[in-house]
Design a protein around this ligand. Structure first.
Ligand code: ATP
Length: 235
């Protein structure tokens, strides 16, 4: 279980997260939704260690990681796919994916192109193509494969649908569903596509101004009047 308790974080004199409580088990998909600027990316950055929590605790499978470096958290199996994917454009698909393998040296003995090949057809089809030449949807596949090749226990996805067409977004969500079906990894899904995220997720948190204002089974969160009004376009 990845667990945040009373986590506060911010930038300089700006407080962004104001006491977040959240859990993610290894067998669930949990959505985090909220308006622009609510603090979703800041939450992901704080959980992965790119930003240090100002107060509160973060634990992973019972061990405190609140002040552990991002690199060490990644080696222990907490990995994120950042907004914008961040591939190396001049490296091939295979080289990009292999970088994820080395991030967790010694722990990954599987051939990614076999294990992940079913989930990501791109790995077989475009292994030797430069990543910079791929479409946004294809790049997202590579970014996910790179994150998964080190066999993380927890995967944090920050706005994976950003910049994708509706059709590619549908494929992306199908891919996330396949990951949850085939791999033992807890997935935290931060999304602007609230309806789709809630369809896929088991549980959800709604964040406003750095606080959790609603949480529960995704279907209940989706049905709540507040979420319907604020995020799903109902009146
Ligand atoms: P979005 O969907 O727009 O990315 P978000 O919910 O992910 O929104 P954050 O990116 O976490 O929100 O930003 C929360 C607040 O923190 C915003 O007011 C933002 O301006 C501020 N912020 C984010 N990054 C920084 C930074 N590096 N320095 C200062 N303030 C920042």
């Amino acid at each position: 279980m990845l667990e945040a308790r009373g986590v506060a974080a911010g930038y300089g004199s700006v407080d962004v997260l104001r006491g977040i409580d959240l859990t993610l088990a290894q067998d669930e998909v949990v959505a985090v939704v909220g308006a622009n600027g609510a603090g979703k990316s800041t939450l992901v950055r704080t959980l992965t260690g790119l930003l240090t929590a100002r107060s509160g605790t973060i634990t992973m499978d019972g061990d405190a990681i609140t002040t552990t470096s991002a690199h060490a958290r990644a080696r222990r199996g907490l990995v994120m796919v950042p907004e914008g994917r961040r591939l190396f454009a001049s490296l091939t698909v295979q080289e990009n994916v292999d970088l994820g393998r080395s991030a967790r040296a010694g722990r990954s003995d599987v051939d990614p192109f076999e294990v992940l090949g079913d989930i990501f057809p791109i790995l077989a089809e475009r292994a030797h193509q430069r990543a910079g030449l791929l479409s946004g949807g294809e790049q997202q596949q590579v970014a996910l494969a790179r994150a998964l090749v080190g066999r993380p226990r927890y995967l944090l996805l920050d706005e994976p649908s950003l910049g994708l067409s509706p059709a590619l977004t549908t494929r992306l969500f199908q891919t996330v569903a396949k990951i949850r079906e085939h791999l033992p990894v807890g997935i935290l899904l931060v999304e602007q596509m609230v309806d789709r995220a809630l369809e896929l997720a088991d549980r959800a948190y709604v964040i406003e101004r750095g606080q959790v204002v609603l949480e529960g089974p995704a279907s209940e969160v989706a049905a709540s009047g507040e979420v319907q009004r604020a995020y799903l376009g109902e009146v």
